[in-house]
Structures are given as C-alpha cells and as structure tokens.
Design a protein around this ligand. Structure first.
Ligand code: GLV
Ligand code: MN
Ligand code: MN
Ligand code: MN
Length: 423
C-alpha cells in the first residue's frame, strides 16, 4: 500500500512576521495596535501592493477584477491544471477606522502561507489554489459591507457599487478611488468570469464563545441575517438660548430617542442593534440641530424577527413625527444580507481538518459578524474557520490572537483545502 502523503506544516513564525509586517500599513501612531486602513485609501493600496508582490514572488498568477478584488492563483509545477477553477481562500485587507491587526488580513495572509507551505512541500494538488483579497468587506468608508464579494457573486450590481460614495466625502466614489489607487481591474467582476471551485475563509471569532468553551477552533456553519438602514431626521435650526423648549423641532433629541429605541428593541428580541454612524447638521454648541443622518446596523438569525423590528423602527419614527409637529423623518434599508447556511460538504472538510489539527477542541457555530463567505456561499461551496479572539474584542485596537492560535487556524485552512481538493 502506498504510504499516506505527509501533511505539510504551516510556518508559525513566518505567518506571524507577515501579520506584524503588514500591520505597518495604516497603523495609527498614537494608538498601540490601532489600524486605520479604510478600503481603497493609500494604506490599502500599499498593503495590496505588498500582497501582489509576495504572491508574484511565490509564482502566483495575479488578476484584479472591476471591483478591485485580487485573485492570486497558484497552479503548482507544470501547467496542466491551470485552467481549472481554483479553490479560493479569501478574506479582506481593509479595516475599520479604529480597527485592529487581525480582522480580515489574517485570512488573506494565511492563504498566502498555505500556498507557500504547499509549494515548499512539493505536494501535488488536483486543482489550483488562490489567495483572495475581497474589496471593502468592512463597509466603513463606502457603506455596503462585502462590496467586492457581493458583486462577484452576482448579488449586487457593479454600477451601483462603482457609484457608491464615501460616507463622509460625497465626491469620492468606489470607482474614482479604485482608479486613484490603480486597482480598477480589467477582468469582469463575476463568478462566471473568475470562477472558484469553493471558498474557505479563516477569521478571528470576534466574540467569546471559543474562549468560554475553551475550544481552539470554530467550524462555522453559517452567518446570521443583517440589515443596514439610513435614517434622516429633519427638524429646524434655532437659537439655543432664545427658542422656547416647547416649540423646538430638535433633530438631535429625536435621534437620541431613536438610538434608545434601537437598543431596546434589539435587546428585547435577543438580536444586535447599533447606531455606529451619526452626522448632525450643525457643528456649533449653541444652535439647535436641524438635521441628523444616522445609520442603523441590525442583526438577527430570523428574517421574521428582522421584519418585525423593521416595522417597529417605522412606527417609532412616525411616533416621533406626531410628538413634534413639523419634524420629518425618512428611513431606507440601504444594505442587507439574509441569514446564510454554508455548504455541508465544505463544512465537513473544515470539521475533518479541525479534528486532525486539534482533536475535540473544536465546536460548530454560527457567525454573528458579516463575512465575504456569506456572499461566496451564494454561488460556490463555502465554509469558514474561526480562531479565538482575546476577550472577544474586535473593531478595536486591542484585537488579539496569539501566534499559535493564528498558525493553528492556518493549519486547519490548509487541511480543509487539501480535503476538499481530494473530494
Ligand atoms: C464586518 O466587519 C461586520 O460588521 O460584521
Ligand atoms: Mn472581517
Ligand atoms: Mn470587520
Ligand atoms: Mn467583518
């Protein structure tokens, strides 16, 4: 009987060095561990250039599509398999405005590490494998999470996202900024033009379930549903010292009530409700605010509950209008993704790999955070791997996972891909 091929090992130090090296792109000088690498800014360009250079050195063929998604495909020695769709390993290089060093980039750098490890081992796979950077996963600068992966999966329209403006700079669109950093690629952004055989994503958990259950690896079987709303509240500006309290149409007061409503209704339904963005129409301490624009992020595993909460938002805004004569409000669902269940075979590959790497120190779980995998799952078999995040902290400079946890996650990524390739 032929001996079982040896499973190659991820190089923990090399992966960690790459995480630390790339953390200099967008590092906040005054906040330890803090990152501001907003999608398509100059730091994002630098980390993209670094990724492309490393992938090219490894012998990957690099393609950039019309959403700036980067596919670095490694076919191995000889060219006989290079026409087959690769098994994708993707995540994102962008961060929140005050983010950390692991959210997203861990998955992209681990994908490169998998390619390098396979290459050095001389192992021959049946299909090519690809490391992928999906554009604007965070949705922090351009308010549509998972922009690149959603267009690729044909879930959203390319021109809508090309025309999407920055939340704070209305003249900066995704297209203009892709052009500015030279990542408006020529390849069509589509799973048909740039097909994948599957998609695996390693990510930090961003919650405390793994820590609490003392497990090393999360086998992610799906992602909860989520929606974003843009709310405008229009009242009337006025003098802070002379406008009687009972005649005011104070948009800021109405916004404050709405924010409390979001918090209460989310708690009551055991979901998640957040107002993370708010712009007031006045910047002065002594003018009553006449206009407020805010965004609500709402998440829950049940579409029915999301619908009910949405109706609750509308009813509450109507009640604010009746409370204050002349106050007007609008609400628009500006982004959404229904709850996603990952492909059973792909999840089984992760489960097999997790068991091989860490025995029974693993658990099946659902992701509360959004991920590009929730988009790729619409068109190709997809699954995810989580490693613990210290204290569950994420979207925060204190985000941390140890070198050993990162390497263990990357090892599970590698073995998941090997298993999937052998199916
Ligand atoms: C993306 O980071 C999210 O908000 O889940
Ligand atoms: Mn992420
Ligand atoms: Mn994030
Ligand atoms: Mn995310």
């Amino acid at each position: 009987m032929a001996p079982e091929p040896q499973i190659p090992r991820i190089n923990e130090q090399r992966l960690w060095d790459n995480i630390m090296e790339t953390a200099k792109f967008g590092a906040l000088e005054t906040v330890e561990g803090g990152m501001n690498r907003l999608s398509l800014n100059m730091d994002d360009k630098q980390v993209r250039d670094w990724f492309v250079a490393r992938a090219t050195e490894l012998g990957c063929a690099v393609r950039v599509d019309a959403m700036g998604n980067i596919f670095a495909t490694w076919s191995g020695p000889g060219n006989d398999r290079s026409d087959l769709p690769p098994i994708g390993m993707g995540s994102h290089l962008d961060t929140q405005p005050l983010g950390g060093r692991f959210d997203g980039i861990l998955g992209v750098l681990s994908a490169l590490e998998v390619i390098q490890t396979v290459k050095e081992s001389g192992l021959r796979l049946n299909r090519p494998i690809a490391a992928i950077d999906w554009t604007n996963e965070e949705g922090a600068r351009f308010p549509a999470m998972c922009s690149g992966s959603s267009v690729w999966a044909n879930a959203r329209d390319l021109s809508d996202l090309h025309n999407l403006a920055s939340l704070t700079e209305p003249l900066e669109t995704m297209k203009s900024e892709l052009e500015k950093i030279s990542y408006l690629g020529e390849t069509e952004c589509s799973y048909k033009a740039n097909p994948l055989a599957g998609h695996f994503e390693l990510h930090i958990e961003q919650a405390t379930h793994l820590e609490e259950t003392k497990k090393h690896i999360g086998i992610v079987s799906g992602v909860q549903g989520m929606r974003w709303y843009e709310v405008n509240i229009i009242g009337r500006e006025g003098h802070a010292g002379s406008t009687p309290m009972n005649v005011r149409k104070d948009a800021m007061v109405a916004a404050a009530k709405m924010i409390l409503h979001v918090e209460q209704i989310a708690r009551k339904n055991e979901g998640f409700g957040t107002v993370g963005f708010l712009k007031a129409g006045s910047d002065a301490p002594n003018t009553i605010v006449g206009e407020v624009r805010l965004m609500i992020d709402l998440r829950h595993p049940s579409e029915q509950v999301l619908d009910e909460i949405e109706s609750g938002f509308k009813a509450f805004l109507c009640s604010l209008e009746s409370e204050t004569k002349g106050l007007r409000t609008t609400i628009k669902r500006s982004w959404e993704n229904a709850a996603v269940k990952f492909d059973q075979d792909a999840v089984a590959c992760v489960a097999y790999a997790a068991e091989s790497v860490c025995g029974d120190s693993q658990t099946v779980m659902t992701s509360c955070a959004a991920h590009d995998s929730a988009e790729t799952a619409k068109v190709v078999p997809t699954a995810m791997i989580f490693i613990p995040s210290r204290d569950g902290i994420s979207h925060n400079p204190k985000e941390y996972s140890t070198p050993a946890q990162c390497a263990e996650g990357a090892q599970v990524l590698l073995e998941s891909v090997l298993k999937y390739d052998a199916l």
